[in-house]
Design a protein around this ligand. Structure first.
Ligand SMILES: Nc1ncnc2c1ncn2[C@@H]1O[C@H](COP(=O)(O)OP(=O)(O)O)[C@@H](O)[C@H]1O
Ligand SMILES: [Mg+2]
Length: 174
């Protein structure tokens, strides 16, 4: 089973995947795989992000031998996955998390806005029917891991799309 661990940068994909790896689960960092597999085809100078050949990377991912693999990356939902888990975070909290990473103002804003409008969830739903959301805002990393494992084990009801809604947060901005 391939599980996408996706979400806006700063929502906690890597922190969660590191904990999963500590617990013995197989985790693949998609950014690293993209470089190893030579599927990074350039850099978007305007947004300062790598451009990945998604089809070529998809082929690499599909070739991975596995019973269960978690794919860490903000475009992991574009792979041929069985389940996509979108980590979410209240945009106000996300802003703090990204500032703590020393990201510049523009990149922080771009990502806070993407989170506010459910960008990754919408994109994930376009290709992965089995898309779920876990709100990390009031969870610890261990609790996020617990939620992820519950989804994988089939206890999905609590994590169905539609429960995360940042519209009240956005209204407070104006
Ligand atoms: N419930 C949570 N789940 C995951 N990360 C969390 C949580 N609460 C706080 N964090 C923190 O948020 C940050 C997320 O960063 P990171 O894991 O690098 O995000 P991403 O890989 O999605 O860009 C980390 O510093 C992590 O410790
Ligand atoms: Mg990460």
């Amino acid at each position: 089973m391939l599980v996408a661990m996706t979400g806006t940068p700063g929502t906690g994909k890597t922190a969660t995947c590191e904990r999963l790896a500590e617990e013995g689960y197989q985790v693949v960092n998609l950014n690293e795989l993209a470089f190893e597999a030579n599927t990074v085809v350039g850099v978007d100078p305007e947004r300062d992000v790598d451009i990945v050949d998604v089809d070529a990377l998809c082929e690499k991912v599909s070739g991975l031998e596995n019973d269960l693999i978690f794919l860490d990356g903000h475009f992991s939902h574009l792979m041929d996955v069985d389940i996509s888990i979108v980590l979410r975070c209240n945009p106000n909290e996300l802003k703090k998390r990204l500032e703590a990473k020393d990201w510049n103002e523009r990149k922080v804003r771009e990502n806070v806005e993407a989170e506010a409008v459910d960008a990754i969830t919408i994109e994930s739903l376009e290709s992965v029917e089995e898309t779920y959301e876990v709100d990390t805002t009031k969870r610890t990393i261990d609790q996020t891991v617990e939620a992820v494992l519950r989804i994988v084990q089939g206890q999905k009801e609590e994590y169905r799309i539609g429960q995360v809604d940042w519209s009240e947060v956005i209204l407070d901005w104006y």
